[in-house]
Ligand binder design. Structure first.
Ligand code: COA
Length: 186
């Protein structure tokens, strides 16, 4: 894809998607800290150390970050995704991706834009499908978004995720082929 990609959110805000490099590590770190504090979408229950963070979000991956076109030092990173093989070797054509949108930038279409960009980029990189291994079942916004982008639920991992109050929630495994277009989605 010809990064940087420019696009508009639902409210007309002009954003750009860039391939992340060293300069994006700190803003992504700050964004992921918010996600870990929310505790409702990713498995980390505390912020990982720098090496684990780099393994999770950068090393061996394509990472794409969203910023305002007219960005200031205060505006920070709006969202990001990483894209990587879910398995090595013979199964490396199955991709895995992770997404985050900053709390103040949600419900403006950025998640959809990042997801659609990931699907196109994954196809271009030769992946044949994408799997999400751990979609928290209570994460309604993510489930809705992935279904809109043509993902279906392959299965459920019962009680996979411990909530802050000590209860557990299921996690879903979601899948989308990049070879066959999904039958119908809006
Ligand atoms: C999931 C996430 C990436 C979505 O990003 P976003 O920028 O808000 O996504 P969009 O604005 O493109 O779309 C969100 C959709 O979810 C819907 N939605 C939001 N909250 C919802 C809820 N509680 N229940 C059902 N649908 C919901 C919105 O209406 C919108 O759907 P629409 O476009 O059909 O109206 C974002 O919420 C996020 O970063 N969450 C924390 C991290 C995360 O969950 N990552 C994914 C892990 S699997």
């Amino acid at each position: 894809m010809p990064f940087p990609v420019e696009a508009k959110l639902k409210d007309g805000t002009r954003i750009q998607l860039v391939l992340a490099g060293q300069a994006d590590v700190e803003p992504l770190c700050q964004l992921y800290q918010l996600i870990v504090a929310e505790g409702t979408s990713y498995p980390h229950d505390r912020f990982p150390d720098h090496d684990d963070f780099m393994d999770y979000w950068f090393r061996g991956k394509c990472t794409v970050a969203a910023y305002l076109v007219e960005r200031s030092p205060q505006s920070g990173m709006l969202g990001a995704f990483y894209l990587k093989p879910n398995w090595p070797g013979r199964a490396r054509q199955v991709a895995n991706a992770g997404f985050i949108v900053a709390p103040g930038w949600r419900n403006k279409g950025l998640g959809w834009l990042l997801g659609a960009t990931m699907l196109q980029y994954a196809k271009e990189l030769g992946y044949r499908s994408v799997i999400f291994n751990l979609v928290f079942s209570e994460n309604q916004a993510a489930r809705h978004l992935w279904e809109t982008l043509g993902f279906t639920v392959l299965g459920t991992i019962p009680d996979a995720v411990r909530n802050n109050d000590g209860t557990y929630q299921d996690a879903l495994i979601m899948f989308r082929s990049l070879i066959e277009e999904p039958m119908a989605y809006s």
